[in-house]
Design a protein. Structure first.
Length: 118
């Protein structure tokens, strides 16, 4: 990959989202945050992201619609799923290719490992 990796962090918890955005930026990534599936889908339509770090439990539509949009319309964009139900999601969706699955709470280094290897 050439240039700086562009990452979209999607989490409705402002504290989690902002912490991840700031920590990833401090590692040299170009990072934006989004607080809902609707906002994330709008950003995905406007900007080409290399990676989406996605909480599955979001208000209204939920993270599943973001997963579906990325898989259907954003070839090359990787997904990292982070959620309190991440393992259950992985078990129910074994064929969905993602760069990583993190059960909340997780250590930032675990996320960073998946980001660096995606």
């Amino acid at each position: 990959m050439n240039g700086v990796k562009k990452i979209l962090v999607v989490d409705d918890d402002m504290h989690v989202r902002e912490m991840l955005v700031q920590r990833l930026r401090s590692r040299g990534f170009e990072v934006e945050g989004s607080d809902s599936a609707t906002s994330a889908m709008q950003k995905l339509d406007a900007v080409r992201y290399d990676l989406v770090v996605l909480d599955l439990i979001l208000p209204r539509e939920g993270g599943k619609v973001v997963v579906e949009q990325v898989l259907a319309a954003h070839n090359g964009t990787q997904l990292i799923i982070m959620s309190g139900v991440a393992r259950l999601w992985r078990k129910a969706n074994p064929s969905v290719r993602v760069a990583g699955v993190l059960e909340k709470p997780f250590a930032f280094d675990e996320l960073l490992h998946f980001v660096n290897n995606s």
